[in-house]
Design a protein around this ligand. Sequence first.
Ligand code: GLU
Length: 482
Amino acid sequence: MDKIRVRFAPSPTGYLHVGGLRSALYNYLFAKQNNGTFILRIEDTDQKRFVEGSVESLIKTLEWAGLKIDEGPYVQSERLDLYKKYAEQLIEEGKAYYCFCEPKRLEEVRNEQIAKKLAPMYDQHCLKNLNQKEIDNNLKNNCPYTIRLKIPKNEIVEFDDIVRGKMRIDSNTLDDQVLLKSDGFPTYHLANVVDDHLMEISHVIRAEEWLPSTSKHIILYKAFGWEIPTFAHLPLLVNTERKKLSKRQGDVAVEDYIKKGYLKEALINFIALLGWNPGEGSRQEIFLLEELIENFNLEKVHKAAAVFDTKKLDWINNQYIRKMSPDELLEISLEFFEQKDFFQCAKKERKEKGYLEKVLKVEQERLVNLSQVGESDKYFFDDELKYSTDDIRWKKNSDEETKKYLEDAFASLEQIPEEDWTREKIEEILLIKAGEKRGELLFPLRWVLTGQKFSPTPFEIAWVLGKEESLRRLKTSLELFK
Ligand code: GLU
């Protein structure tokens, strides 16, 4: 088999879309499993859509994701002469032509066609009406022009798509595509085909939205007499309401997910499953990048739209978080803690490594993304809890009874030596003390340790807070009964 060379060819329009990351990932996986080359090409020929800084952030995001680029980035705006040369070559060979029509005329033709319920298409005015002398004159007088591809009539354009199967398009439905714009920039179609040829791309793996362009590309390859690469168009991404993903209905930028504290392993894992799965007989859902390289199969990518379900992403992210060691989890969580007001306002000892590791230990099982750290248990950082005797009362217990149970809890915890201050020990001692009266003892205890009704067990809370702070909170609560 010839050498596998694939490319990810984003347009730098602001941020990396999750769909873009999927294209990059599938290209990367296919390259890696075939000993091939993964190329980055920046398609910035639409200057109106160009956003400053997006190339840098794109590269940073790909690096973050661990998708190492083997070659590039090639930047199309630095290769303009090349595209012009190829467009002119097609003119010489009679496969493309100059078009001097002004935008106003094109608009009128279009409106007329729409009014007649015809598909809008260029009417080949310049091809049919200009002789060579007129063309030369226009060029000499620097009249603005575009170069258009002469689409052959009455042909069926055919290609085999790895995902979509056999595709057949009637060339009569295709417009004479502009190849070179009046500003001297190539269109996407010309630059894309020229570059895929020059960069010896073997497989074009890209999103389904480019499928309608492919027939024009095939005509271009044929016009140049170039070998046609193999195509694979990846399925559309839709949200859980089966609508196209859009910024309005949630995050679509990879950067947003990074900011929210999704791990790269989880995001890559989730994205990999948007269009592919290991197939019948395998229930595996957790795949590290290396496992994806081993298991991914471009031939098995499905046609049906893939549902971008953030609940699934949450589940996968949580799976990865659960597996982390306290050290690792703290290391990646720290920057998220630091963004929180409750953290910044907390006492010094609440920001210490050992303390934070304990907080995370309690949260780890339930933590869905890192931006949630501390959110459900701010009481670990807030020493001024607010509650009333009514809040902490268990069922119909009186104030005296409530006070007695809190005193019992205090006495039990006080007798545990510092070095035995473990979750297990705390639980054991408190349960012995409570006997049959678990609710009576634990309900107010939880309240006074956390200032809320629901939380992880009071044993875990006391363990994190430490002996001194737990006793202090209990003591403070007893003041309420004076
Ligand atoms: N520049 C196109 C994009 O922004 C690339 C399409 C292709 O891969 O051919 O997605």
